[in-house]
Structure formats: C-alpha cells, structure tokens
Design a protein around this ligand. Structure first.
Ligand code: FAD
Length: 311
C-alpha cells in the first residue's frame, strides 16, 4: 500500500494546533566546495542553529574526497556555534591507518559523534564495491574501529527500501544488529516517501529486538529532477503521487518550494501521529524549507531541545 497524502484537514492542520511533544530535529549539511558555497552554507547553519537541533552532521564526500573540508566545517561548528556537530566518516578507498588518523584527529579537535558509513566508490554511486585489503571492510568494522580508539557516539545508516546490495530486509536487520554490537547507538535512515512501507520496516526491526533510536531521514524536494536522478542511483522509489505533485513545475521554483514544504511537513506530521518524534533533515545546505517545516511542526527558537530521543 502506498502513502496517500492526507487532505487539507489532515495531520498538518492538527500539527498547526500543536503536536503534543515537541519534535527533536537534526540537520545534515555537506562541506562547501568553495568560498561562495561556504558563505551560503554558513547562512543556512546560522538560520537553523536557533532551532536547537539535537545534533547537526556534515557529510564526507565520495571516496573521502572532502576529508579536509568536512573536518574544517565540523571544527568551525564546534568553535563558533552552540551546535553539536557529528562528522560523517567513510572507509572506502582508504587504509585502516588513514581512517584511524582521521578518527584520532576528530577526537583531538573535540568532536564526539561520528556517523560511520562504508561509502561508495568515487564516480560509481550504486556501482560495485571492492573493499581494500588493508581497509575496514564495511561500516560494522568501521564502527568497531572508531569505538576502539575513543568513546565516540556512533550513528549508522539504514535503508527503508533495503541497501541496494542487500539480499533482504532480514539481512539488513542482522547488519544493523552487528553494528549495534560494534558500538552504534543510533541509526539514521536514507530518505523515503512510502510511509506505510517505512512503518512496516520499523516494525520488523523493533520485533527483531532493536531498541536504539532510529531517525527517519526527511528530504525536502527542492529539485524534483535532481531527486529523481539521485533516487534512481540509490534505489529509492519515487511514488506516482509525488511525481504528479511536481509535474509542470520545472520553471516555477516558488510553487515547487511550497509543494516541497507541504509534502515534507505532511510526512513528519503523519510520522508524529505514528509515534515518531525525531526527524533528521537533509538540508542540501539550504535553510528555508527546513526552517518552515520545523515551524509548522512546532519547533521554535525559544524551546529547549528535548533531552531524550525516541523512535
Ligand atoms: P554497510 O553497512 O557497510 O553495508 C554495505 C554492505 O556491507 C551491505 O551489503 C551490507 O550487507 C554489508 N555488511 C555490512 N556490515 C556487515 C556485516 N556485519 N555482516 C555482513 N555484511 C555486512 N556516503 C558517503 O560517501 N558519505 C556520506 O557522508 C554519507 N552519508 C550517509 C548518511 C546516511 C544517513 C546514509 C543512510 C547513507 C550515507 N552515505 C554516505 C551513503 C553510504 O555510504 C552508502 O549507502 C554505502 O553504499 C553503504 O554504506 P553503509 O554504511 O550503509 O554500508
């Protein structure tokens, strides 16, 4: 069964009246490519900072290509903001020694939270992966490696439509359990649009005995074309209702934004109704959509962040 967006009197209307528990939010950014994108990234960070996110995370480019920029960005966040930054780290195309050096550098710089991922080979997102003999073989090994170096908080990735290389949901659940045994304390999901499918996926994980917080990854759709391309490469289904909503809006960015905010807010509101209160937003280094969505969900500048996460 696919998710049918509720009508105007659906969850958004109720969210406007106030969802009972203030949601916890976290925001994902990417390191800047140059001075211009650095300025817009920091504008976005400053705009979202007063919303008191549980944490913010900074991605690590394919094949470790943004190693220095990721490091610089998280350290600047730590030094110049009130945010709690988490650094993404991948083990693709690197030896254990090289990865361990990055981990130690993060610890020395004061970073206490790593999002541990295997990564994809550069230039072939979704393509075949060959681990290096002298490297960490996957995110489970990486998680153990991080925890062996220092008591970092470790978050890991999770795929509501299963990882493209995975044979089954059962396999992904076993992998998640292995990551938890290795020291992971939180999972963050890839973005998705089929809420009913997501709920079934989470039910199976919970029934398998997994109790760590699982944060649904929410992607506000700023460019439908960009989203379609990326989704195809990483195995995320774009439902027909979403394509219909964006049809004919290629040259109309203002309406696209309104539709995007509405879709993401409806998703969060529906998830809230289903008992979820933590949301991880893929910001794409822009604040406007995420800021608006958070406002509708009841997240305000003056509110203190709830102390516990629930899934
Ligand atoms: P893994 O968990 O290592 O899984 C990869 C494969 O190894 C799977 O087939 C799995 O079955 C197998 N495997 C893992 N552990 C075991 C085990 N214990 N036993 C048996 N098999 C095992 N990519 C980037 O390059 N940079 C980023 O910053 C980044 N951020 C991301 C953030 C999130 C929230 C998510 C969900 C993904 C992110 N990615 C990022 C993408 C990610 O690197 C790719 O999806 C990659 O293909 C898989 O990474 P993983 O950590 O899930 O891999």
């Amino acid at each position: 069964m696919t998710f049918v967006p509720p009508n105007a009197l659906g969850p958004v209307a109720r969210a406007g009246a106030g969802i009972s528990k203030r949601p916890s939010v976290s925001f994902e950014f990417s390191p800047p490519k140059g001075p211009k994108s650095e300025a817009s990234l920091w504008e976005a960070i400053r705009r979202l900072e007063p919303l008191n996110p549980t944490f913010v995370s900074v991605t690590y480019g394919a094949g470790g290509s943004t190693r220095d920029r990721t490091h610089r960005t998280v350290v600047r966040m730590l030094q110049e903001t009130t945010l709690k930054p988490a650094a993404h780290l991948t083990c693709v195309e690197a030896s254990r020694d090289e990865v361990d050096e990055v981990i130690r550098d993060y610890w020395a710089a004061g970073i206490r939270h790593i999002v541990a991922l295997r990564g994809d080979p550069p230039g072939s997102l979704g393509g075949a992966y060959t681990p290096r003999a002298d490297g960490y073989q996957n995110a489970t090994e990486l998680t153990a490696g991080i925890r062996a170096i220092a008591p970092f908080e470790v978050s890991v990735g999770l795929y509501p439509q299963i990882h493209p290389e995975s044979p089954s949901v059962e396999h992904d659940i076993e992998v998640l359990k292995a990551k938890i045994d290795a020291g992971a304390t939180r999972a963050i999901t890839n973005f998705f649009f089929d809420i009913d499918g997501y709920l079934r996926f989470i039910d199976r994980i919970r029934k398998a005995g997994v109790t760590i917080p699982i944060l649904p990854g929410i992607m506000p759709v700023s460019s439908f074309e960009g989203l379609s391309n990326m989704s195809q490469r990483i195995g995320v289904t774009i439902p027909g209702w979403l394509s219909n909503l964006f049809e004919g809006l290629d040259e109309d960015p203002e309406t696209r934004k309104l539709v995007a905010a509405s879709v993401a807010t409806e998703m969060c509101a529906r998830l809230s109704e289903e008992g979820f209160s933590d949301f991880h937003f893929y910001t794409l280094n822009r604040a406007d959509l995420v800021y608006a969505i958070c406002r509708v969900l009841g997240v305000r500048e003056s509110d203190p962040q709830p102390t516990t996460e629930a899934a």
